[in-house]
Design a protein around this ligand. Sequence first.
Ligand code: HEC
Ligand code: HEC
Ligand code: HEC
Length: 433
Amino acid sequence: MSKSFLLLFFKKEDCSFLKKRTKKLLPFGIRHMLAASALWLGAGAAHADSGEYLTRAADCAACHTAPGHAPFTGGRAFKLPVGTLYSPNLTPDVATGVGAYTDDEWVSALQRGVGHGGKYLYPAMPYNSYTLMSRADALAIKSYIFSLKPVHAEAPPNKLRFPFNQRWTLWFWNQANNPGHRFEPAADKSPAWNRGAYLAQALGHCDQCHTPRNWMQGLKQGRAYAGANQAGWLAYNITSDKAHGIGAWSDADLGHYLSTGTAPGHGPASGPMAEAVTNSLRYLTAPDIAAMVTYLRDIPPQPDGPAMVAANVTPHAPDPLGQQVFNAACAGCHLPNGQGRQSAWAALAGDHSAGDPRGTNMLQILAQGSELRTNDRLVFMHAFTQSFSDAELAAAAHYVTTQFAGRDSDVTADDIAAARAAVASPDLRAASE
Ligand code: HEC
Ligand code: HEC
Ligand code: HEC
């Protein structure tokens, strides 16, 4: 417990310089909108079409950076059902990075999944989303990437089983799963909707995590954003369904969640979504966040996944062990009533993960922890790798679900053991070394 206090999760960073500079660069109208919420202030605010802004909006750094390594130097492990794949170095080093790419090869990698020298790329590189990107935006991203310092960094060799180690087989995948066309604005929708759709589909690739996959690991047609399992986490239903999706969230809450990783009465963004906020969404301008909200509002409802949680629920009678462990291990940050101490990011009222009886994301956050960086602070929860037994952590998980979501939990001590074992597996360790 003392450890949790030592690790308390506030770290203010000085961004007053940035604020001053951006103020000078922006016209009054936009400045006014940004002032409404200082947290919405994106670093790329003045240049929404610059290569750096687009690279952030498309979140190239997320996958092309291994934990603890320099941005864009690659080597992040992707555990697939058929083996492990590593992302390549995206700095302009000629020998180990993308330095040899011509403009046409670059655009082909992003739109067709065929890279330098005609190499077919695995769809862990989300070119079936980036295919919607315009050539101009793809090349603006290339200019930015080519302005970075070249770093010599070779990715570890892939460990894929035959026949999946044969790149030519991806031709078939592309035929079936890559739409292979550019974004076409919908004439019957507003400019904001179209901008939001472009940001979410062509750049932010939200569907790669939030849309269920078919047997070929392509995205399921007609099931857009219904929620999906992604690397052990559940990327929730974000359709306009009121009971399971975000249909009942206010525009302000949704915008706040996307740009800061939390919203009052909805809990924090953790794991992969915390990464999306950290690397990408927090840099988007207020008008771009608003455009994305306009688009998300309009996604046809799908009834999948754990039901959304109301911010005010009637708790069940607490189990004594769960209460004891929660008070010892969790309440230091979350407070006994789940309201969060000092930080809105530790508030669990209305948190979707608290209300998932299977506890998918709760298991992940207990085993791996989570970290989120906003434009002015770093928040994190450390992993519970030891100190508490599997049964004790399962009891704490039950406590969260019964107290803050008013639901029963199915999490068992075996689930906790399995989640901890998966995090300790050699493949994941290799990725962070
Ligand atoms: C969801 C993860 C993910 C994201 C996001 C992502 N990539 Fe990739 N990328 C990969 C993986 C994995 C590979 C390796 C694929 C392979 O080996 O076939 C790759 C390969 C590439 C290659 C081929 C490099 C080579 O060795 O020839 C290029 C170029 C590339 N990515 C550019 C980008 C750019 C630009 C962005 C942002 C617009 C981006 N990637 C975003 C995962 C990602
Ligand atoms: C790398 C995977 C990934 C990507 C990319 C991603 N998400 Fe998520 N998203 C998740 C996960 C996982 C969660 C659950 C987070 C948690 O447990 O706190 C989530 C949660 C959310 C939620 C909160 C839902 C709820 O019920 O609490 C919203 C809203 C959301 N994402 C929107 C988006 C949008 C919009 C994009 C694209 C700009 C996006 N996400 C891209 C994985 C992803
Ligand atoms: C060091 C402070 C700290 C401690 C101790 C702590 N948490 Fe957290 N917890 C956080 C923060 C901060 C977040 C938000 C993390 C993020 O957004 O990346 C969080 C997020 C969560 C979430 C939300 C996950 C989601 O996907 O939305 C759950 C559930 C949770 N914690 C449960 C627990 C439980 C159970 C314990 C005790 C076993 C615990 N926490 C201990 C700080 C803490």
